[in-house]
Structures are given as C-alpha cells and as structure tokens.
Design a protein around this ligand. Sequence first.
Ligand code: CP
Length: 284
Amino acid sequence: MLHILSVDDLTDDFLFSLWRDAGKRRGKSNSFLKGKVLTNLFYEPSTRTSSSFYSAMSRCGGSTIPINNVQFSSAAKGETFEDTVITMSTMSDAIVVRHSENGAAHKAANVSSVPIINAGDGNSEHPTQTIIDGFTIYNSFNKNLSNLRVTLIGDLKNGRTVKSLVKLLNRFDNNHFNLVSPKHLKLSNDLPKSYYETTDINEVLEETDILYVTRVQKERGSVHSYSLTSDQLNTLPSKSIVMHPFPRVNEIPTDFDKNKRAKYFDQIKFSVWCRQILLERVMK
Ligand code: CP
C-alpha cells in the first residue's frame, strides 16, 4: 500500500514518471478510476487542494466523498480522528487528509486500511503541492531540477509547501537557496545544503531563477505582512519564474499576473494533471 505522507515517500523515479505522464496527458478525461471512491477529509480550509483532488477523481471516472466541513461531521460530536479514518477507509479506496496537527497523516496511516495522502499537516509538509511545484519547475527549466537559484520569501517557519519543496530540491545538484523572511519567521529545521539568509528581498532578486512566494500563516499565529511591487518583480532575470502555492493575500500585485514569469495560475492548472496520475498510481 502506497501512502504519500512526505516528500520522502516520492522517489525521483516515481516523480519523473508521474511528471512525464502528466505532461503527456494534460488532464484529459479517462475511465481509469471508474468505480473507485476517494474520501477528502479536510480539518482545515482549502480551495485548490480539495477541489483539484475532486476534479482529478472525476476526470478519471471515479467519485469523491467530500468531508470538507468537519463541523458537520461526527468529529463535532467528539469522534476521534482515528475512528473517522477507520470509518472512511471501509468505504473508500484512498483518503486525502488535511489537518492542523503535525504528523496527522502518519497517525491516519497507522489505522487506515487504504492509502493516505497528506494534503498538509500543520506546519510540517504538503507533499502533493511539491509534486505540482516540481512539475512547474520541470516544465519551465527543460526537465531539469539542478543548478537553480531559488529564492523563498514569506513565512518560512510555518510554510509547509516551502519545507516540502526544500526537501525535494535539496536532492538535486548545485541548487542554492536565498531564504528571505523576518527574523521571527525564519526556516529553522531541515536547512538546505547551500543557502543565504536575509531580511531584504532586494539583495537577491537579480540572483534568482525561481522566486517562490508564500503568504504569512495567520492561522498558526504568525504576525507580519509584506507586498512585492511590480517594479521589484521586474528586476528578476528575464528567464526566471515566479511561483506561489496560493492562496495569495497581497504578496504579489495582480498587475503582475499577465507577466510571462508568473507561473502561479499554471501551478493551479497543473494540480489536476498531476493529481490524476498520482491517484491512478496510489489506487492501482
Ligand atoms: N495550495 C494549497 O494548498 O491551497 P489550498 O489551501 O486552497 O488547498
């Protein structure tokens, strides 16, 4: 049984094969998962992750049980997380779990009889976002994930997409990270092999191939706000790309959205392409 709990569960062979198929199929509908059922079990809000799993499942001919509003599930009556997972594993072929607690997906995997897919656990990891982010980079840099200058900005302490992306890119040769955040929101664990820390984005914009922007996680108690300007973003090298896992608050001005470097809406489009292939691999 293949659980996807961390980027550590995604080998390079698995990822490159998934990205190759996602690029070939481009989200086309099929019936590979006809008769299969997915449970979306979300204890935290989501727009993209929950909807793209739903869309991916539908486009593969399967169906989804959406538990996106746990206050209307039996969790509100005091049911334990484990009992909910065991219950849903009797009526579905895989469970996608988002939870505010670090390690919740591992906890689910310990009791589930079907594969668990981690859709974000606390400030720990978000491995399926990293599949999408990796695919965006693979597409933009000629299928290459090495020799990149990656600038990460925002709430690096609590951003789970950042932590999963660092884990992935750290595997490849000669990647250098610029870590930009206020001192109280610094990345503290699992630091990359090569990095430079600063509080001033202007120091590193011209030395960037990938600018990965994240919001400040108010729901985890982070206090800070920042907005990049179009003038700042236009100092990026012409072949660089700008990514953001979204939701965006006000980190990137909307007038940058049509810029060829802006890849954040592509990331959202790719989420269905990649999750279709992922679900097929997990449920086969
Ligand atoms: N990127 C992402 O996880 O977005 P949602 O919170 O909307 O699912």
